[in-house]
Design a protein around this ligand. Structure first.
Ligand code: ASP
Length: 446
């Protein structure tokens, strides 16, 4: 599949990641400049700028995201089925699966603990004034009620676990990206793909090979569509970042700066310390070289706010740059794009604690442990799409009796935090893939 995946912007000289970075900078600077310009001209001018962003730039940004989302479901099915079927040996598969799961749980727990420690030490909720709290809540009341509505569909833990086995994988696939699946959405699709891949290893190879050949063909075709879509990434990213910064400006960040800084600090610690240590100690790689190699993944995750939309880039980069075994890469990254969301887990824990502080509620140790457990589980169950974790934040808030409408307070800065936590989510998937691959090669040189 090398040639088709290798096509990204070789001819123009400038690497795709540079173009994305430039797009991001242009979008942010022009957006903030426009916001500052209209801010002094009254509410009408602000409304006009918002209209311009909603009508023109946001759709342009969404164009490239949609092209990628369009092929996420077939990509997940093919990548995972092929990953599993090509590994072949069920024992090896069990070993890879176990290692991926254990690392996911360790990474997620570490991230939530980092988040909660910071929230307890920095107390960002006590920095926000009563006035800003009311203003923010009012501004985002509508968005907050949407999240609360989708959270009210939430099920018990038993049903959540049972739902991993889909009654109808096609129905799960249909709603996988907008949260309208009756069961567990993408997790259900993954479960079906795993079963399908394992079953393919059991039947005689003269029957399984043609199926695998078709899947390889579909996989390559999907990757070509994604390569083409990624060419639009620099423009799409500029448009998306413009829309966000033009509407938000800087004022939300000032009101919520304590919270934003606390979450960003937590995410940075997790990414730079925990992942670096894992990559160095388990995968035996130099962390600096690791981060340099995956810069395109980092920028794509940051720009798209979506683990699923970043999956194609991570699949390509781990193969081309990190030189991981493609079978291991496909298996770990595909599962990770939905099930391993450390950044999200950290963000959920911190947000719940922050909002509890804002409402003057002191969570005792048991409640904080509940937050840890729920955030780790929520990280596994969150859809890898922009804002995928918001309904789950509402759920955790409701469980520990913090007013769920409080989510309106943080809505304004959510996109920036979404971009940042998605980056940590995806780097976590790549780090696990590197560790699992390192383990395989150190201990099972076959
Ligand atoms: N946007 C995140 C992701 O795709 C999910 C979330 O935390 O909202 O990984």
């Amino acid at each position: 599949m090398g040639a088709s995946l290798d096509t990204l912007d070789r001819k123009s000289g400038l690497g795709l990641h540079w173009k994305i970075l430039i797009g991001m900078a242009i979008g942010a600077l022009t957006g903030i400049a426009c916001n500052l310009m209209v801010r002094g001209q009254g509410p009408e001018a602000i409304a006009k700028l918002k209209w311009f962003a909603d009508t023109f730039t946001f759709p342009i940004g969404n164009l490239f995201l949609r092209l990628i989302f369009m092929v996420v479901v077939p990509l997940v099915f093919c990548a995972l089925t092929l990953g599993v079927a090509e590994i072949g040996d069920v024992r090896k598969l069990g070993r890879l699966g176990m290692r991926t799961l254990v690392m996911t749980l360790i990474f997620s727990t570490a991230s939530v603990l980092i988040g909660l420690t910071l929230a307890n030490v920095l107390q960002p909720g006590n920095l926000i004034t009563q006035e800003s709290r009311e203003a923010l809540k009012e501004q985002y009341a509508e968005d907050a009620s949407k999240s609360i509505k989708s959270a009210s569909k939430a099920k018990s833990i038993t049903d959540t676990i049972l739902d991993i086995i889909p009654k109808n994988p096609l129905q799960e696939a249909v709603g996988a990206l907008d949260g309208s699946s009756p069961g567990s959405g993408m997790l259900g699709v993954m479960f079906f793909s795993l079963c399908f891949g394992i079953a393919l290893t059991v039947i005689p190879s003269d029957r399984s090979e043609p199926v695998l050949e078709v899947l390889r063909g579909v996989y390559e075709t999907v990757m070509v569509i994604i390569s083409a879509a990624m060419k639009l990434a620099p423009i799409g990213v500029a448009a998306l970042v413009f829309s966000i910064s033009a509407v938000l400006g800087l004022q939300f960040f000032v009101a919520l700066s304590g919270y934003v800084v606390a979450v960003l600090t937590g995410l940075s610690i997790h990414m730079l310390v925990v992942y670096s240590l894992a990559v160095w100690l388990i995968a035996g790689r130099n962390p600096i070289a690791f981060f340099k190699d995956i810069i395109e993944v980092i920028l794509t995750a940051f720009a798209t706010s979506s683990s699923n939309a970043t999956l194609p880039t991570s699949l390509r980069v781990v193969e081309e740059k990190l030189k991981l075994d493609p079978k291991v890469g496909r298996f770990v990254l595909t599962i990770g794009s939905t099930a391993n969301q450390n950044g999200t887990a950290l963000y959920e824990g911190m947000t719940v604690l922050f909002l509890a502080q804002v409402f003057g509620q002191n969570l005792d140790l048991t409640q904080q442990l509940t937050v840890v457990l729920l955030s780790v589980l929520a990280g596994i169950g969150t859809a890898g799409v922009p804002g995928g974790s918001l309904p789950l934040v509402v759920l955790v808030l409701q469980t520990i009796d913090v007013p769920a409408e409080g989510i309106g307070i943080i809505m304004g800065v959510d996109r920036l935090l979404d971009m940042s936590r998605t980056t940590v989510n995806v780097v976590g998937d790549v780090a696990i893939a590197a560790c699992v691959d390192g383990w395989e090669h150190q201990h099972q040189p076959n």
